[in-house]
Design a binder for this molecule. Structure first.
Ligand SMILES: Nc1ncnc2c1ncn2[C@@H]1O[C@H](COP(=O)(O)OP(=O)(O)OP(=O)(O)O)[C@@H](O)[C@H]1O
Ligand SMILES: [Mg+2]
Length: 334
């Protein structure tokens, strides 16, 4: 580049400056990436200390949810650790867990707040003889004292940080989901008699869903998203070793591998991590340290909860006499 009026010397100096600046910005970037990596590693360690094993993807999304102050929507099949992740996160942060267990028909009075009508009535009766001013009585009965805080209000108004777990959000109806939108984006809620309450400490919010129905786009937009699937063999083995004290390496390895293979058979309800933990604990309780076809057949009912699934697996294991769960090869001509 040639700029009239500026000598060649200027251009060389400028060129060097540009190179130095870009080196500095690259160093800054690398430094930033390293700091994030370190934070993600710290989350993995912290969660492990709290009894939950995270892979890189899970730890990174936890880091982002915290850094961006965004709710985290955790979706996946039953028993893969959706509730557990929020519980472990609250242990890691050493902050209380406020849990809203969702169910069909859950309404605002059980999720947000309700007025303590009985006490309000008693108050009205008590002041009835006093001939008090109605406006004043109204102010008295719609005050903090008569407010019953349900989980969402508890988390929003807590003077200290909390983990708010909205568990199984797919069980509630669309109206309830829509009601949550203000809370999830503004971290505030409005009580008509008292005004708007804004969180002074933004809670760490986890929502879980078994995907029994599609959630609204509006809700999803307000959240980061984590899909937890059945774990790979190595991760499940680690989980078993963490969750089943006294289990041998061999047994953890076998249970993880067999559970993995069973999930590839088409079943009504494949066993989840919760079931493989139960299975491993049961085997340990029976004094077993290894797993073969016979032991699996004897303990099938610990981790399979549907009769059709049980019969199908029994047939498969007996026909193979091993735990590979593959269909026997077809021999001869048809
Ligand atoms: N990554 C993990 N690290 C440690 N334990 C885990 C992990 N994933 C799952 N678990 C364990 O598996 C069991 C089931 O987990 P959890 O109850 O959280 O599943 P869930 O997905 O919420 O199931 P549901 O859909 O039935 O509510 C718990 O004992 C939990 O601690
Ligand atoms: Mg759960």
């Amino acid at each position: 580049m040639f700029v009239p009026g500026l000598g060649r010397g200027y251009l060389i100096i400028r060129e060097r400056e540009v190179i130095r600046e870009s080196k500095l910005s690259l160093e800054k970037q690398t430094w930033g990436v390293n700091v994030v990596r370190e934070c993600v590693e710290q989350i993995k360690d912290g969660m492990l200390g709290a009894g939950y094993i995270c892979d890189d993807r899970t730890a990174t999304i936890l880091y982002l949810a915290e850094a961006l102050q965004k709710p985290l929507l955790v979706e996946g099949p039953a028993g893969v650790g959706k509730t557990g992740i929020a519980q472990a996160f609250s242990r890691m942060k050493a902050v209380p867990l406020v849990r809203l267990q969702c169910y069909e028909g859950l309404d605002e009075s059980k999720a947000l707040y309700e007025w303590n009508y009985k006490r309000q009535l008693l108050h009205i009766q008590a002041v009835a003889n006093r001939q008090a001013d109605t406006h004043q009585v109204e102010q008295e009965i719609f005050s903090e004292q008569y407010l019953l805080r349900r989980p969402l209000l508890q988390a929003i108004s807590s003077p200290t940080p909390t983990v708010l777990l909205i568990d199984e959000i797919d069980k509630v109806d669309f109206e309830f989901e829509a009601m949550l939108l203000e809370l999830l984006s503004e971290f505030q809620m409005t009580i008509p008699e008292m005004g708007t309450i804004k969180a002074s400490n933004i809670p760490y919010v986890f929502l879980t869903s078994n995907a029994t129905r599609e959630l609204s786009e509006a809700l999803k937009r307000r959240c980061l998203y984590l899909y937890l699937d059945y774990p790979g063999i190595a991760l499940e083995e680690q989980i078993l070793r963490l969750k089943v004290p006294g289990i041998s390496e061999l047994l953890a390895e076998k249970v993880a591998a067999v559970a993995h293979r069973i999930r590839q058979v088409e079943l009504k309800k494949p066993p989840s991590i919760a079931e493989s933990i139960d299975w491993a604990s049961a085997l340990l309780q029976l004094g077993l340290d290894d797993l073969d076809a016979d032991t699996t057949l004897e303990t099938l009912n610990v981790f399979i909860k549907h009769r059709e699934d049980m019969e199908k697996l029994e047939r498969t294991i007996r026909s193979r006499q091993d735990l590979s769960f593959q269909t026997p090869p077809v021999t001869g001509y048809r």
